[in-house]
Design a protein around this ligand. Structure first.
Ligand code: NDP
Length: 450
């Protein structure tokens, strides 16, 4: 039996081992899910809604415990980890509204009555990355369950603990055995089996564009729908007419939150040339004040990177670049990396590839058309921000930037009640928002002849 050794990213010390599931164990979990799903789908809508509300309440009772686990396995600052655990409860509560609202249509036709039903797929496979282990898991499992599916979920090997605990809490809340099963293990074993298993009828994948593309190709061979949340290289566009003080102060959280290990990180700042120097002058103290340190400390804003290998990869982006200034980070054990601001040109690797670390590239632009051109000069299209006091410009630019999730004079991307997802190489399909549960159904049309 193979095991995954878990390492605390803040200290580099190993603290636990988790057994990796085999192919046979994965198949056994899917078989149990098939059985559990039939009874779950036959439950009344109120029954399913009530069960999800109980699950939300049990998660809420365990926010502290879940947050502590996330600090340990992922190095998230404690205040962020608490927000993430509470967010899982909110996603469950919000999804609990879906079973009673998943109404079909009644369509006027000749010779009878025509109605549609939102039928669940059956078993849904959810593949989760290590950067936001709890929240991303909940975006898949909560609406999938609400729509009447069973869920098998594979957490990332580096960060399985909160997902495993959520699986236990589901049982504690009274969800039927086999309905929601967390299966820790290797991507090419457990995750790949979700793709090939004939009884897993939909796959949700969040992670790298490279693996996501392979998952989608595998799902295509099985004619299986897939939702993909992939990488990003989002632009934070600062116009000369913006409130520059507010825009600069907001930068660190927009790109250094979770040490930049965030698909929505605004890792390119496009600044109008006429205010470029002034903006950099305002940015420097904001970056220097960003608190990097012990994730258990309530004052900490940023913890370590996830692993030594990832830190090496992030560091490779600084080879030969023009570093404008850096914040600070602890030295010694743990996978620390100081927030870094780089002056870049559009063709530079640091301005093109997803770094997934606390490194931001700053580029000047001349006018609105130039800003839109640069913002779209990427294979990705996930998030982005537009800073301007000009309403017309805010509307024009937000319509012109090819990204799935934009904010004007803000960096927010994630709310459980609004849709989330990317364009181009950032993904396919949407999660969260009013239609989340419907995405886990297929429409059945029934005609009754009169
Ligand atoms: P991966 O895409 O490799 O991993 C994401 C998930 O997919 C993990 O659970 C992984 O399992 C699983 N997986 C791996 N291979 C397969 C496979 N063949 N079939 C099915 N599932 C599989 O991301 P990494 O963790 O390697 O991160 C690499 C880079 O990807 C990051 O540096 C970042 O740029 C990007 N990324 C983007 C994320 C986002 O939120 N958009 C999230 C994570 C990464 P296992 O744990 O075994 O590897």
């Amino acid at each position: 039996m193979s095991v995954q050794t878990l390492v605390d990213p803040a200290t580099g010390a190993s603290f636990a081992e988790v057994a990796a599931s085999s192919l046979a164990e994965t198949d056994a979990a899917v078989a149990r899910a098939v059985v559990a799903q039939r009874s779950w789908a036959a439950e009344s809508p109120l029954g399913r809604a009530s069960a999800l509300r109980r699950f939300a309440a049990v998660v809420r009772d365990h926010v502290d415990e879940l947050a502590r686990l996330e600090v340990l396995e992922a190095g998230h600052p404690i205040s962020s980890a608490e927000w993430e655990a509470e967010h899982v409860a909110q996603v469950l509560d919000y999804s609990a509204g879906a079973p009673e609202r998943l109404s079909g249509q009644q369509i006027p036709v000749a010779g009878g009555l025509d109605v549609t039903f939102h039928e669940p797929y059956g078993v849904v496979g959810v593949i989760v990355p290590w950067n936001f282990p709890m929240t991303i898991a909940s975006w898949g499992f909560a609406p999938a369950l609400a729509a009447g599916n069973a869920v098998v979920l594979k957490p990332a090997e580096l960060t399985p603990l909160t997902a495993i605990r959520l699986g236990e809490l589901a049982l504690e809340a009274g969800l039927p055995d086999g309905l929601f099963t967390v299966i820790p293990g290797a991507g090419p074993v457990v995750g790949q089996r979700f793709v090939t298993h004939p009884e897993v009828r939909k796959v949700v994948f969040t992670g790298s564009t490279a693996v996501g593309t392979e998952v989608a190709a595998g799902c295509a061979r099985e004619l299986k729908p897939v939702t993909l949340e992939l990488g990003g290289k989002s632009a934070n566009i600062v116009f000369a007419d913006a409130d520059l003080e507010v825009a600069a102060a907001a930068v660190p959280a927009s790109v250094f939150d979770n040490a930049g290990q965030d698909c929505c990180a605004r890792s390119r700042i496009l600044v109008q040339r006429s205010v470029y120097d002034r903006f950099l002058g305002l940015l420097e103290p904001a970056v220097r004040d960003w608190t990097v340190g012990d994730p258990n400390d309530r004052g900490t804003q940023m913890g370590p990177l996830i692993s030594a290998a990832h830190r090496d990869r992030v560091a490779s982006f600084l080879d030969g670049v023009d570093v404008a200034f850096r914040g600070s980070a602890p030295t010694g054990d743990g996978f620390w990396f100081a927030p870094t601001v780089v002056l870049a040109q559009p063709g530079d690797r640091v301005a093109r590839e997803e770094i997934f670390g606390p490194v931001v590239a700053v580029l000047p632009f001349d006018d609105e058309a130039d800003a839109i051109r640069l913002a779209n000069d990427t294979v990705y299209g996930l998030a982005g921000s537009i800073w301007t006091e000009n309403l017309g410009r805010a509307v024009r630019v937000s319509r012109a930037v090819r990204s799935g999730v934009l904010s004007v004079n803000s960096h927010s991307s994630v709310r459980y009640a609004t849709p989330f997802g990317g364009m181009k190489a950032s993904g396919l399909g949407r999660e969260l928002g009013p239609d989340a549960a419907e995405h886990f159904t297929q429409t059945k049309n029934v005609f009754f002849a009169t």
